[in-house]
Design a protein around this ligand. Structure first.
Ligand code: MLT
Length: 406
C-alpha cells in the first residue's frame, strides 16, 4: 500500500493566502451587494509595461518561424538574460557576480521553497518571526521542522528570531546556532529594511559559524533610502556564505508571467562540495527553464526604456504605500514599513487579535488584509496591507477604514 509523505500531514490549516482568499470569497458570496477591496496578497494590479509587451510580442513571433524557433532553454537560463542580470543587478552595484552564477527560474517562491532540498535534513533553520510562510512550510514538507506546537504556534526544530517593535523588526542573532538562515529585506511582511552595516554583521556571523544565508531580495526595487543594501553581495565575504533569490514579480509586474532567479557564487561550499554544482544538478534534473518568450521579456526590464517605465510603475505603488501610511497614521493607527517596501505593517487597534481585526475590517470596511499572526506568532496583534492595489481602490479602502467605527 502506498504511503504519503507524513510531513505534509503536520501542516496546520491551508497556505496563509489560500485561507485569506477563501474567507474573502465566502464573505463576498454571502454579501453580493458589497464591493470588497483586496489589499491582502502582494499581487500587482498595473498592466505590463509597454516595453515588456513589445518584447513578448516579438518573442512570440520568433517562435512562429523555423529559423528563430526555440525549444528547451539552457539549464541555467539564456545567456542574454543572465548577462543582463549580472551587469545591471550586480556589476552596476559593485557586486562580483558573474552570469554563470545565476540560475533563471519561474519565480522566487519556487526557488525559496526548493532551495532547501540541497541541504541535509539535520540542518537547523532560523527564520524571522513574522516570516514569509513559504520558508517554514517548505521545510516542514521536507521533514526539517520537527513537530508543530499549536499552543505556541511554532515548530520544534525551527529557530525563531522575533522581529518586534522593540528591535525595529530587525532580527537579533539567535541563542542557538543555526545552519541555514533565511533573511528577507526589504522585509515581507513588516516592510522593514536592514542597513548595510547590519547585513555585514550577518554575513560575518554566517561565515564565522559555518552557516548559509538564504537572502530573499524580491522587494529590492522598492528601496528609496541610501545605505540600504540592494543585494547581500554588497557585503564583504557574502560569496562564501550567501545565496540570493530575486523575482521579476514586484519590480516588473510578472506575478502572472513568472520569472525569477537564484544566485549561487562558486566559492560557496560545504566542505569541498560546491552548492552551485548541487543546484545545477537539481536544476538540470527537475527543471526545464522559464519559457524563451518570458526570458526575453525579462531582458527588456534592463533596457533603458524598461528601466524608465518600471521606475514609474514602482513609484505608482509607492505612492499608494505613502497614502496608506500617512492616512492611517493620521487616523491614529500605529504604522511602519511603506518607505522602502510596498507593505504597511500596522498594529491592530483595541488589542484585537490579527484574525479578529481581519474579520472586523472585512465586515465594517469590506477591505481584506493579511493577519500578522499568519506570518508567525510575533505577528500577532499586527496586520499587513499591500500597496499593490490601484490608486483608486487604495484611496477608497483607506477612506472606509478611517470611517469605520472603532
Ligand atoms: C505576499 O503577499 O506575501 C506575496 O505576494 C506572496 C508571494 O510573493 O508569493
Amino acid at each position: 500500500m502506498f504511503q504519503v509523505n507524513e510531513n505534509y500531514l503536520k501542516l496546520p490549516g491551508s497556505y496563509l493566502f489560500s485561507t485569506v482568499g477563501r474567507k474573502q470569497r465566502e464573505y463576498q458570496a454571502a454579501h453580493p451587494d458589497k464591493k470588497v477591496i483586496r489589499l491582502s496578497i502582494g499581487d500587482v494590479t498595473q498592466p505590463l509595461a509597454p516595453v515588456i509587451l513589445d518584447a513578448l510580442h516579438k518573442a512570440v513571433d520568433e517562435m512562429g518561424q523555423a529559423e528563430t524557433f526555440r525549444g528547451y532553454a539552457p539549464d541555467l537560463g539564456y545567456e542574454f538574460l543572465r548577462n543582463a542580470i549580472a551587469e545591471n543587478d550586480y556589476k552596476a552595484r559593485g557586486c562580483d557576480i558573474s552570469a554563470d552564477e545565476i540560475f533563471v527560474s519561474d519565480g522566487a517562491k519556487c526557488d525559496c521553497s526548493n532551495i532547501q532540498e540541497i541541504f541535509s535534513l539535520n540542518n537547523r533553520i532560523a527564520v524571522c518571526d513574522p516570516v514569509y510562510p513559504v520558508y517554514v512550510d517548505s521545510n516542514v514538507m521536507a521533514g526539517r521542522a520537527g513537530d508543530y506546537n499549536p499552543m505556541t504556534e511554532t515548530w520544534g526544530d525551527v529557530i525563531y528570531m522575533p522581529c518586534t517593535e522593540a528591535n525595529g523588526f530587525s532580527p537579533e542573532f539567535p541563542k542557538e546556532t543555526p545552519d541555514i538562515i533565511y533573511l528577507c529585506f526589504p522585509n515581507n511582511p513588516t516592510g522593514a529594511t536592514i542597513s548595510k552595516d547590519r547585513l555585514q554583521e550577518w554575513v560575518d556571523y554566517a561565515n564565522k559559524n559555518g552557516a548559509v544565508i538564504l537572502y530573499d531580495a524580491a522587494y529590492e526595487a522598492y528601496i528609496s533610502e541610501e545605505n540600504i543594501p540592494h543585494s547581500i553581495y554588497e557585503c564583504e565575504g557574502a560569496r562564501t556564505c550567501a545565496i540570493e533569490m530575486r523575482s521579476f514579480s514586484k519590480n516588473a509586474g510578472f506575478t502572472g508571467v513568472r520569472l525569477g532567479f537564484t544566485v549561487i557564487p562558486k566559492e560557496l561550499k560545504a566542505g569541498d562540495v560546491s552548492l552551485h554544482s548541487l543546484w545545477a544538478r537539481r536544476h538540470g534534473t527537475k527543471y526545464n527553464g522559464a519559457p524563451y518568450i518570458i526570458q526575453r521579456a525579462g531582458e527588456a526590464v534592463y533596457s533603458p526604456e524598461g528601466k524608465k517605465q518600471l521606475k514609474e510603475q514602482v513609484a505608482y505603488y509607492m505612492n499608494n504605500a505613502h497614502y496608506i501610511y500617512n492616512n492611517l497614521k493620521d487616523a491614529g493607527f500605529q504604522v511602519s514599513g511603506g518607505v522602502n517596501a510596498p507593505y504597511i505593517w500596522l498594529k491592530t487597534p483595541k488589542g484585537m487579535t490579527s484574525w479578529e481585526f481581519f474579520d472586523y475590517l472585512l465586515e465594517n470596511a469590506n477591505v481584506v488584509g493579511t493577519p500578522g499572526s499568519g506570518f508567525g506568532p510575533s505577528g500577532e496583534h499586527f496586520f499587513r496591507l499591500t500597496a499593490f492595489g490601484s490608486y483608486e481602490s487604495t484611496v477608497e479602502a483607506i477612506e472606509r477604514i478611517r470611517k469605520m467605527p472603532l
